[in-house]
Design a protein around this ligand. Structure first.
Ligand code: AMP
Ligand code: MG
Length: 281
């Protein structure tokens, strides 16, 4: 059990059986404390995360081919960027491989939807972060019929096969879907319009997308129903409270890294001999 949680986050946030349309996005599943307690725990836990990440990186340098891949999905303003800055930002950048997936380029459109994803998979020892992912091809692509149903429908099965392949190759997947309410999104969009330092995040089309909220809810429901597997489960994170979402993702990453049972790589030199050399120099 993670410290200060009444239900372990891996249990409390597991997508199994969840009805996204009924999700309380202001809830803090499994965590009893309020904002202050959450924030102080977060400071403590990011240190734990950072230590584990260093072990993963050190193992990678010594030939361990395993890695962790955080897949972040969520509507605009759900807080994906904040997770990257505040959670991933707390670990050593040389061990992080960050990839954001936007509207496919012309080159990307000429290939299968997984082509651009495969190119950005993390190497051994890295924490990969996908800010959006292959799931856009069953979310925005489905909602806006960017491709016919005969194309997007089989993708759930393709994604499961793809992810099984990743897991078998030593990539631990941590799939997180962040959800805010329609009201909270309105507040956050308005904030982007009220603050010059946030204009860059705003696109007028973000407001158009709000009309498709029920369609996105349905598409997200299909994602968790069809692609939450034993090897690569989905976690559904209520994200109206930023401190909670950040703490939750930190815990999920800590859990994934702990499962790897990492150790510091042993010396591949004779320690006594090297000490002697320094002494006798
Ligand atoms: P942002 O994450 O705010 O920079 O926006 C990226 C945009 O790219 C979002 O509107 C996504 O829906 C869009 N996008 C990402 N992947 C795809 C995809 N495979 N097909 C179409 N649009 C995509
Ligand atoms: Mg955006």
């Amino acid at each position: 059990m993670a410290k200060h949680w009444s239900v372990d986050p891996t249990e409390a946030l597991r997508a199994d059986g969840i009805q996204i349309a009924e999700l309380d996005t202001s809830a803090t599943p499994g965590f009893k404390g309020k904002k202050k307690a959450g924030q102080s725990l977060l400071a403590e836990r990011t240190q734990v995360l950072s230590d584990l990440q260093e072990k993963l990186y050190a193992s990678g340098r010594s030939g361990d081919s395993r890695s962790v891949l955080l897949v972040l999905q969520g509507m605009d303003t759900a807080g994906k960027g904040g997770i990257v800055r505040h959670v991933i930002g707390s670990v050593d950048p040389q061990g992080v491989d960050h990839a954001a997936f936007g509207v496919p380029t012309r080159a990307e459109k000429r290939h299968d939807f997984l082509w651009r994803i495969r190119k950005r998979l993390p190497e051994g020892g890295q924490i990969g972060v996908f800010d959006r992912s292959h799931y856009e091809d069953v979310l925005v692509a489905r909602v806006h019929e960017l491709v016919p149903e005969s194309v997007w429908r089989p993708r759930y099965t393709e994604i499961n096969a793809f992810e099984r392949e990743l897991v078998d190759s030593g990539i631990t997947l941590v799939k997180v879907a962040l959800f805010v309410s329609l009201d909270e999104q309105r507040r956050r969009l308005l904030e982007r319009l009220n603050r010059p330092d946030k204009y860059w995040k705003f696109k007028p089309a973000d407001i158009d997308e709000r009309a498709y909220w029920p369609d996105y809810t349905e598409a997200y429901q299909a994602v968790v129903d069809r692609t939450s597997t034993k090897g690569a489960p989905w976690y559904v994170v209520p994200a109206d409270h930023k401190w909670y979402a950040r703490l939750a993702v930190t815990e999920l990453l800590i859990d994934a890294l702990e499962q790897l049972q990492l150790d510091w790589p042993p010396a591949d030199f004779d320690i006594k001999e090297q000490k002697r050399r320094l002494r006798d120099e």
